[in-house]
Design a protein around this ligand. Structure first.
Ligand SMILES: [Zn+2]
Length: 82
């Protein structure tokens, strides 16, 4: 559907990837894993195709109903000093 050319911000090359997206939704950032997206190789700007964006919105809306906190620190068990 969409042919991506160059990054709108830095003219970098845009590549299709599966990423962990930080999706900005109503003042919150929601992290969604395994999202097909277009990523600028130079500045890292993320672009989403319209159907993907719509799906992310749906996920974000649902997440807000389930979790009040969607961002949490992740520590490695082994690396915690005794
Ligand atoms: Zn860029």
């Amino acid at each position: 559907m969409t042919t991506r050319g160059l990054c709108e911000f830095c003219n970098g090359k845009i590549e299709q990837r599966v990423i962990q997206a930080d999706f900005h939704f109503k003042g919150q950032v929601i992290y969604i894993d395994h999202v097909p997206a277009w990523v600028c190789a130079k500045c890292g700007e993320q672009y989403f195709d319209a159907p993907v964006y719509k799906r992310l919105e749906e996920i974000a809306k649902r997440r807000r109903l389930i979790h009040k906190t969607i961002c949490f620190p992740l520590a490695e068990y082994e690396s915690v000093p005794a």
